[in-house]
Write a protein that binds this ligand. Structure first.
Ligand SMILES: Cc1ncc(COP(=O)(O)O)c(C=O)c1O
Length: 445
């Protein structure tokens, strides 16, 4: 952006001071604002008239593309009919419809849906479900959680405790007690430029046995991992890794939670990561693509066994003391049903699978470009990792991000990794345009 454009843009905008932006360098942003005015399909349009190809579907969420007319229409219709209904002891039909359709779509065995408003709430809900489940069945000593280094599970206290990204943890005290972490699986030396799942690293799942031995299985409630770690830079599970985790959890009566906030709804080229990797967890967290990013909503899918464990006690008694004012909000539920319609009617999960080859080849064509040290992808999620500038971690990727933005493409950076997760409607020409813009940016650093 030229100085003139920035000056012009700032005069057309409201005062920027009062809004404290999330996960953003506020001072830099307010000096150099990048504002989206509207969006449609694959594209966002800025307040100063720029057209941007959205290479990350918002924040890994607008899987059906922006402002899909069927979803927009469903939200409007619902807003006109029912704005809100009490979420506790009363409800409304649309949320039951969504639960039915979601559990039909989910892997067999995940038969119940609990709704929340974000991925972070979904994670905290799943952790609480795991604790309460064990307590209800008489194993109240099972209070420990095992997460994974580099894991991202949102920003609630539960999520940052089981998460493994130090900047998200270090400011916030001691968090939940009794949490341990598996080693992460990222290894550029062993797995750089793997196509498909990395071959090295399946054995890292066996570390779970050591952690369990240290604490004793009788104290462990659940293991939580993202099937693909998204926010840490798209780290794919090594071949066999998730199956090994499942086996070890089963052996010790420990619940396995998949955090599918990013992996769900076609992102991996299948309905969910669980389906793609053929491993069914006991609890699965969802958000983002659930409403294609249109209305905030998250959810936890639970196995019948877990649900049934709670369904005891006197008739009419509350079985799980948990929920949010906006759990299953009518607008979110309507958006969720409409998003599922679009995914199914437009065949978007199949489309993601069919575009995987083109997307993979395009991303891998960046091998050999300046400072590219790894490329990895599956379905329509991928990453290009860059060599950091000495003493300035994140600077190189951020510079590529700004260059791509100036040249019409939104990518996401995490550390010195560029992440890609376009809407599932992306076509061949758009993949090409996205990758060529990145290539040019890499060459001009
Ligand atoms: C795997 C995972 N879990 C949880 C979250 C948190 O979701 P939210 O930002 O909706 O709270 C995210 C967000 O990116 C995520 O990627």
């Amino acid at each position: 952006m030229t100085d003139n454009t920035v000056r012009q843009l700032k005069t057309d905008l409201p005062d920027l001071e009062s809004y404290w932006m999330p996960f953003t360098g506020n001072r830099y942003f307010k000096e150099n604002p990048r504002m989206i005015a509207r969006a449609e399909g694959m594209y966002c349009y800025t307040t100063d008239g720029k057209k941007l190809l959205d290479g990350v579907a918002g924040l890994w969420c607008c899987n059906a593309g922006h402002c899909n007319p069927k979803i927009v229409e469903a939200i409007k219709a619902q807003a006109e009919k029912l704005d809100y209904s009490m979420a506790f002891q009363l409800s409304h039909p649309t949320v039951f419809e969504l639960a039915n359709r979601l559990t039909d779509l989910a892997p067999d065995g995940l038969d119940y849906a609990f709704f929340v408003n974000s991925g972070s709430e979904a994670v905290d809900t799943a952790l609480k479900m795991a604790l309460a489940y064990h307590r209800t069945r008489g194993e109240a000593a099972r209070t420990r959680f095992i997460g994974r280094e580099k894991g991202y599970h949102g920003v609630g206290f539960g999520g940052i405790s089981v998460g493994g990204l130090s900047p998200n943890r270090k400011m916030f005290g001691t968090m939940l007690p009794g949490v341990d972490h598996l080693p992460h699986t990222h290894n550029v030396e062993k797995n750089a430029f793997s196509k498909g799942l990395p071959q090295w690293g399946g054995h890292l799942a066996d570390e779970l046995e050591n952690i369990i031995a240290l604490h004793d299985a009788s104290t462990v409630a659940a293991v939580i991992v993202e099937p693909i770690a998204g926010s840490a830079g798209v780290l794919l599970p090594p071949e066999g890794y998730l199956k090994r985790l499942r086996k070890i959890c089963d052996k010790h009566g420990i619940l396995l939670i998949f955090d599918e906030v990013i992996c769900g709804f076609g992102r991996t080229g299948d309905t969910f990561g669980a389906a793609r990797f053929d491993v069914t967890p006991d609890l699965m967290t969802l958000a983002k693509g659930l409403t294609s990013g249109t209305v905030p909503m998250g959810g936890v899918l639970a196995s019948k066994h877990i649900y049934d464990t709670f369904m005891t006690g006197p008739d009419g008694a509350i079985e799980f003391f948990h929920g949010y004012t906006y759990s299953g909000h009518p607008l979110a539920a309507a958006a969720g049903c409409a998003a599922l319609d679009v995914y199914v009617d437009d065949g978007l999960f199949e489309r993601a699978a069919s575009m995987e080859g083109k997307f993979t080849d395009a991303l891998h064509s960046l091998k050999g470009e300046p400072n590219v040290i790894d490329v990895r992808s599956i379905g329509l999620i991928g990453a290009v990792e860059l060599e950091s500038i000495e003493g300035q971690p994140t600077a190189r990727a951020m510079s590529v991000f700004r260059d791509c933005y100036d040249n019409g493409v939104i990518v996401r950076t995490t550390g010195d990794t560029l992440a890609f997760s376009p809407p599932l409607i992306i076509n061949d020409a758009e993949i090409e345009m996205m990758i060529e813009t990145v290539r040019t940016a890499l060459r001009t650093q």
